[in-house]
Design a protein around this ligand. Structure first.
Ligand code: NDP
Ligand code: 8X3
Length: 255
């Protein structure tokens, strides 16, 4: 259980989409925030906006840069250094290509961010959670971590890795009373597809056409529900899809 007045949440990928909406909702609920991302201007804007509700610290670093990750976490000011909630959210897909056509750069980027970056951040934050025998880690997985879809190959592999890491963390951190769980969304309308298709907005928009996708606010709401359960309750693994989506490949686009 948090041993200070208000919990402190550390959110990676807070500059857009799910991370940003989670930051906004947490702020309204007076959760103190450490907000991370590479886009410093976005972080500064968010800090200004959310500081009216809660205390906000911003850290701009690339989760792929392990030195930067440890420097950022170890350099946190005292009043932000005891992290209660870690939201491992930073991540993206890069490309949607059949395995024989995939780009090595895209593959490396996805594995470096979605898997290794998540591990670096967790490794940097865990010692203080372990020392206090308290904490809550939420790993943002995906339906892509539960099933593989055509051309999803390496992105799906990275999210399957998140699924395995989520289970592994829960097993290994059980002895310290740390809560670990994953939230696995289906199609959420964020910058995700714009990044996947390298800025091609038209292609990105098509992913969410003909049905009502999830909004990042929907996921933020669920993450807030997860973190506000009594401490003896751990939501271990949660899958959420738009009503129009049945699985990774079946989406009712006439709904
Ligand atoms: P967005 O593209 O809107 O947000 C991604 C966030 O991750 C941004 O804040 C970005 O910040 C950050 N990020 C990306 N790369 C890095 C990096 N190298 N270092 C630090 N931060 C980084 O997408 P979503 O909000 O949709 O994605 C959030 C998570 O949700 C991801 O893990 C994604 O895989 C997962 N997800 C998304 C789904 C969807 O359909 N949208 C469905 C299921 C899961 P910045 O660019 O400033 O660094
Ligand atoms: C994001 C969901 O189906 O676009 O992880 O891969 S999907």
């Amino acid at each position: 259980k948090p041993d200070h007045d208000k919990p402190i949440a550390f959110i990676t990928g807070a500059t857009s989409g799910i991370g940003m909406e989670t930051a906004k909702l947490f702020a309204v609920h007076k959760i103190n925030l450490v907000l991370c991302g590479r886009r410093k201007k976005e972080l500064e804007k968010l800090k200004k906006q959310l500081s009216v509700h809660t205390k906000v610290c911003i850290l701009d670093f690339d989760v792929r840069d392990k030195k930067a990750v440890f420097e950022a976490v170890n350099g946190l000011p005292d009043d932000f250094s005891e992290i209660d909630i870690l939201i491992n959210n930073a991540g993206n897909a890069h490309g949607l290509d059949s395995i024989e056509d995939g780009s090595l750069d895209d593959w490396e980027t996805m594995l470096d961010i979605n898997v290794k970056g998540l591990l670096y951040v967790s490794k940097a934050i865990l010692p203080k959670m372990i020392a206090r025998k308290a904490g809550h880690i939420i790993n943002i997985g995906s339906t892509a971590g539960k099933e593989v879809y055509p051309k999803g190959n390496v992105y799906c592999a990275s999210k399957h890795a998140v699924d395995a890491i989520n289970q592994g963390m829960r097993i290994d951190l059980n002895q310290y009373g740390i809560r670990v769980g994953a939230v696995n969304p289906g199609l959420v309308d964020t910058e995700f597809s714009k990044v996947r298709f390298k800025g091609d907005q038209e292609k990105a928009s098509k992913v969410y056409q003909g049905f009502q996708p999830l909004k990042p606010e929907d996921i933020a709401d669920i993450i807030h529900f997860v973190v506000t359960r009594p401490y003896h309750v751990n939501i271990a693994d949660l899958i959420v899809m738009p009503t129009a989506q049945a699985n990774s490949t079946i989406v009712n686009r006439n709904s």
